[in-house]
Design a protein around this ligand. Structure first.
Ligand SMILES: *[C@@H]1O[C@H](CO)[C@@H](O)[C@H](O)[C@H]1NC(C)=O
Ligand SMILES: *[C@@H]1O[C@H](CO)[C@@H](O)[C@H](O)[C@H]1NC(C)=O
Ligand SMILES: *[C@@H]1O[C@H](CO)[C@@H](O)[C@H](O)[C@H]1NC(C)=O
Ligand SMILES: *[C@@H]1O[C@H](CO)[C@@H](O)[C@H](O)[C@H]1NC(C)=O
Ligand SMILES: *[C@@H]1O[C@H](CO)[C@@H](O)[C@H](O)[C@H]1NC(C)=O
Ligand SMILES: *[C@@H]1O[C@H](CO)[C@@H](O)[C@H](O)[C@H]1NC(C)=O
Ligand SMILES: *[C@@H]1O[C@H](CO)[C@@H](O)[C@H](O)[C@H]1NC(C)=O
Ligand SMILES: *[C@@H]1O[C@H](CO)[C@@H](O)[C@H](O)[C@H]1NC(C)=O
Ligand SMILES: *[C@@H]1O[C@H](CO)[C@@H](O)[C@H](O)[C@H]1NC(C)=O
Length: 639
């Protein structure tokens, strides 16, 4: 059954299709189409405008079914099927600004169509807006309804409501009427007017302004009342009673709120009355406000309260201004001013914070005791009638007494050369004054202000024993100044009187003998000695010794050892001294000959180890010769 129906419909549709193809087999051509605007494309408001669409079609006779379409700004606004060849007329009676735009016309016949060119219609002039307000007299906070109409206008609108020249509301609508609900923040007369614009994309056209309508806003008799007790002469610590209430409330239907605040702090809030009690404080801002809100009406009452200080913020002072560890000190706490008419002397008490401080108080505000070993922060608290005021924090930094200084030489002390003396205490608060003393004379004072700074004094000594007269003193308090020990340091005597002595005695020096060249100086050891042979650049021998004379041995002399010899010596004073040269002549003969290379009597040496005799045959015992070492003999350079 279903199959049969389907088969039938397929057959039928094929049949009608072939019939339509036969009937539509007409010959025609669309030659032209134009759109014109009558009377003109630029018209004023209320003109009856007609759009004329004129198509030119050639056909083989029979009437054709024509479809016309009219477009405004690309959108179809009208279409019509007709079989006549008359022009299509589209009336725009009593044209409005919103009719402005670009128009086109299209004709379609069977599967052919043609579009006209575009024609632009411009309609000028908007109607004057009309404002209507439902009430002319209202109370504060009451709402009025304002209706603004654009008579006879069509399209898409923006309506604007103004109070004086200030826009107060804006509405976007697609009808020529807009409604606004208005409230006024102040009492008195308010002049309202309205206006509109019509949107004709991409442009908008602005109307003129409506006539203005006056709304009179009457003040509500309702007020907020703020009362503060006591009314005058308020001192810190007094109890303040504050009442915030509503008077002359007419309509109780609307929501009412009361807010009591002090500065930016809200103290309390409620409905018909708000009460608050507090202790008056001098430091607070004394501005109180009672604020009533009925709907959106606000009523305020404010009062300034001036609170007299009972006593001023105390100050904490220390005597003496500086203390050393464990020394006695006094802290004094005092309020500079107080309201004597309200406050008895005994009512104002002072305490120290922290209370467990080791200071004791016999008199109110005076604290006495020993300073601690470390920094300590004190605050003083003044109190009377529940009012508490704290002083600024006083940090007591007990100073550390300077320890006995140590005196020392920096580097080496050399007679006749300037050197530095360092004076230093291991502990003690800075600044420390170090004074260098010579005997009982104060030579110079240096103040050490920074850690790692040193007290250095530049001095020169002429004699070795002068050095022990130096002492130094360290002082960081007026009370005591510990004194160092005497300066104990080696004083280096620069070398003098270099001499070179030869053993055995000249003139008899023979081949095969051992020769001793003894170099001696006056001055402070250690001494570095060097022996030279004239003509040789390099020393024959170098030795550093803690004695002030020493020798150089030449064993198994030969003729080649003949020549001139001298020695040099240097010590920590860094001044090189050189002996006069001695001429040595080694002979073949067995007898010996002494050459004296100086102007002094050199000691004699008989060639036997361990025995030395003086050339002048003086007492042997008077010569302190060290013969403990076989290779090195030392005898005094001078006699
Ligand atoms: C415009 O047409 C309306 C009717 O649609 C007519 O009442 C009115 O008088 C015409 N206005 C003019 C100026 O012809
Ligand atoms: C005109 O005719 C076409 C095709 O016959 C149809 O699609 C269209 O809806 C008709 N328009 C009007 C306005 O009757
Ligand atoms: C506030 O104080 C007034 C007067 O003393 C009293 O009548 C009222 O009940 C109090 N209101 C409140 C909320 O305590
Ligand atoms: C004392 O107070 C200061 C700040 O006021 C703080 O930096 C310091 O550490 C305190 N000293 C002591 C010993 O508490
Ligand atoms: C004291 O020492 C300072 C700095 O070391 C120096 O300039 C000054 O000359 C010295 N005065 C005396 C009298 O030595
Ligand atoms: C340290 O010396 C300076 C400058 O001579 C002086 O003003 C100060 O009082 C001295 N200090 C002490 C603790 O003697
Ligand atoms: C000097 O110092 C040396 C070593 O540094 C020491 O042996 C000597 O006893 C000291 N002399 C005095 C008088 O202190
Ligand atoms: C003797 O010489 C030895 C090395 O040769 C040395 O260690 C010692 O200190 C010398 N003694 C003296 C008193 O010079
Ligand atoms: C060096 O030697 C001489 C003798 O030649 C002696 O008088 C003196 O004390 C010694 N020491 C110094 C430091 O000169």
């Amino acid at each position: 059954m279903g199959l049969l129906l389907l088969l039938t419909s397929v057959l039928l549709s094929n049949f009608f299709h072939s019939v339509r193809v036969v009937t539509a087999q007409q010959l025609f051509t669309i030659k032209d189409i134009t759109l014109s605007i009558e009377p003109t494309p630029d018209v004023t408001r209320d003109t009856n405008v007609t759009l004329r669409c004129k198509a030119s079609v050639s056909s083989s006779g029979q009437a054709l079914s024509r479809e016309y379409r009219i477009y405004k700004d690309g959108n179809t606004i009208y279409s019509k099927n007709t079989s006549t060849s008359e022009d299509l007329l589209y009336p725009l009676s009593e044209a409005r600004v919103s009719n402005s735009g670009k128009y086109k016309c299209k004709i379609s016949i069977e599967r052919k169509d043609m579009m006209s060119g575009a024609e632009k219609l411009t309609v000028a002039g908007l109607s004057k807006p009309v404002l209507h307000i439902n009430k002319g007299v209202v109370s504060e906070g009451e709402e009025v309804t304002a209706i603004c109409t654009a008579p006879g206008e069509t399209g898409s609108f923006f309506f604007y409501f103004y109070e004086d020249s200030k826009e107060i509301q804006e509405k976007q609508v697609n009808s020529n009427k807009a409604e606004a609900r208005l409230r006024f923040s102040s009492t008195g007369y308010h002049k309202i007017h309205c206006g509109y614009t019509v949107l004709v994309t991409p442009n908008s056209f602005k109307s003129e302004e409506s006539l203005s309508v006056t709304v009179s806003v009457k003040e509500l008799p309702t007020v907020a009342v703020l009362e503060i007790f006591p009314k005058s002469k308020i001192y810190e610590g007094d109890k303040l009673d504050i009442f915030c209430s509503v008077k002359n409330l007419l309509r109780s239907s609307e929501s009412i709120n009361l807010y009591l605040s002090q500065g930016s702090q809200l103290l309390s809030s409620g409905y018909s009355t708000v009460n608050h009690s507090m202790v008056a404080l001098a430091k607070d801002p004394g501005e109180f406000e009672c604020r009533l809100e009925i709907g959106n009406v606000i009523k305020c009452d404010t009062k300034a309260v001036s609170v007299t200080e009972l006593f001023s913020v105390p100050t904490l002072n220390m005597y003496p201004a500086e203390v050393f560890q464990r020394e006695y000190m006094t802290l004094t706490c005092r309020s500079e001013s107080s309201a004597s008419e309200r406050l008895g002397r005994d009512e104002l008490t002072y305490t120290l914070d922290p209370t467990e401080s080791p200071l004791i108080s016999k008199v109110n505000g005076v604290f006495y005791g020993r300073a601690l070993l470390y920094d300590f922060n004190y605050t003083c608290v003044a109190k009377a009638k529940e009012i508490v005021k704290r002083s600024e924090t006083l940090t007591v930094r007990p100073k550390v007494s300077v320890s006995t200084p140590k005196i020392s030489v920096v580097g080496r002390a050399v007679i006749g050369q300037s050197f530095k003396i360092l004076c230093q205490s291991d502990i003690g608060s800075l600044p420390i004054n170090y004074t260098l003393l010579w005997g009982y004379d104060q030579l110079n004072t240096t103040t050490v202000k920074e850690p790692f700074q040193q007290a250095l004094f530049t001095v020169t000594v002429r004699k070795s024993d002068e050095i022990s007269k130096y002492m130094c003193e360290a002082r960081n308090s007026p009370k005591e100044a510990p004194l160092s020990k005497r300066l104990n340091a080696t004083v280096i005597v620069p070398l003098t009187n270099p001499t070179l002595t030869v053993l055995p005695h000249l003139p008899e020096i023979s081949e095969g003998d051992n020769l001793y060249l003894i170099c001696g100086v006056n001055g402070t050891p250690p001494v570095t000695f060097k022996w030279y042979r004239v003509g040789n650049e390099h020393p024959l021998y170098t030795i550093t010794t803690h004695r002030n004379n020493t020798d150089y041995r030449v064993s198994a002399l030969s003729k080649e050892h003949s020549g001139m010899y001298y020695c040099e010596a240097i010590n920590h004073a860094n001044i090189l001294v050189r002996s006069d040269p001695v001429t040595i002549e080694v002979r073949l003969a067995l007898w010996k000959k002494v050459l004296i290379g100086g102007f002094y009597a050199a000691p004699l040496y008989d060639g036997t180890e361990g025995r030395v005799t003086n050339g002048a045959r003086d007492s042997v015992a008077s010569l302190p010769v060290d013969i403990s070492n076989r290779s090195s003999y030392s005898i005094p350079a001078t006699v």
